[in-house]
Design a protein around this ligand. Structure first.
Ligand code: COA
Length: 261
């Protein structure tokens, strides 16, 4: 499988998907989302593959968010479409994949990066990992399911604080919150994923796919939450705060938000 922005490695019953834009800290642009969507669909059809590991290339980042340079000039409609298409083509796709997907968080998992990790079935992290949803520091909100999956995983109060402060937590705190299942030194992260993947692949793939379905069904009542997120995400793109937040990031300066609605 050849892709421009990701690497896919197949070995025995395991596929490792590596997001490969290290110079941009593996930020998710549209092309990368497309590649990932295609790769996950192909891998899910391959009955020989029992587990997929998703990680980022380099030692610094899993994914440092959606590519800010790409959406800074979007209007409300384009913003809404960005969230709706991304959710459908990648984030919801991964969550509902029949093949188990483990996120190996090897560094920054911010914004869309943390949302991507949260769409995976569970998460393991290196001790250098840092996680957060910094969107409101840019004048926008999480749009790839973050407002829904973060409270599911760590509880409403902690999620509200992380989203409102746009702060980052380290791997140990993420572990104590239940956001990641285990934390190990960087060099032990992929070996740990392989060990767990090995255990999973001894079990019935059919039963596992039904288990994924059943677990996910328990969270379906919040379908309106995802919809509300898409509409609110789009609305952000019509605000002066969003223009200031994204411009400030690209100009590498602190944002001064006008705060007008
Ligand atoms: N979108 C686009 N480009 C990004 C990016 C993103 N989300 N995150 C990082 N990059 C780019 C930087 O612009 C920089 O590119 P350049 O070398 O061409 O200028 C490169 O990746 C390296 O990032 P840099 O900011 O120089 O690294 P750092 O070590 O100083 O800081 C972070 C690391 C993660 C703290 C910082 O990159 C950051 O805050 N990123 C944005 C996080 C974010 O807000 N994500 C949510 C988006 S909705």
């Amino acid at each position: 499988m050849n892709f421009e922005n990701i690497l896919v490695e197949l070995k025995d019953k395991l596929a490792t998907v590596t997001i490969n834009r290290p110079n941009k800290l593996n930020a998710l642009n549209r092309a990368t989302i497309k590649d990932l969507s295609k790769a996950f669909k192909i891998l899910d059809k391959n009955k020989l593959i029992r587990v997929i590991i998703l990680t980022g290339s380099g030692e610094k980042a899993f994914v440092a968010g959606a590519d800010i340079s790409e959406f800074a000039n979007y209007n409300e409609k384009e913003g809404r479409e960005l969230a709706a298409k991304g959710q459908k083509n990648l984030f919801t796709l991964i969550e509902n994949l029949s093949t188990p997907v483990i996120a190996a968080i090897n560094g920054f998992a911010l914004g869309g990066g943390l949302e991507l990790a949260m769409a995976c079935h569970f998460r393991l992290a290196s001790n250098s990992a840092k996680m957060g949803l910094p969107e409101v520091s840019l004048g926008v909100i999480p749009g790839y399911g973050g407002t829904q999956r973060l409270p599911q995983l760590i509880g409403k109060g902690r999620a509200m604080e992380l989203i409102m402060t746009a702060g980052m937590i380290d791997a140990e705190k993420a572990l104590s919150y239940g956001l990641v299942n285990q934390v190990v030194p960087q060099e032990e992260l992929l070996p740990l994923c392989l060990k767990i993947a090995g255990k999973i692949s001894n079990n019935s793939p059919v039963a596992i796919s039904y288990a994924i379905k059943a677990v996910n069904a328990g969270f379906k009542s919040n379908a309106k939450g995802f919809e509300t997120e898409i509409i609110a995400f789009g609305s952000c793109f019509g605000t002066d705060d969003f223009k200031e937040g994204t411009t400030a990031f690209l100009e590498k300066r602190k944002a001064e938000f006008p705060g007008t609605r």
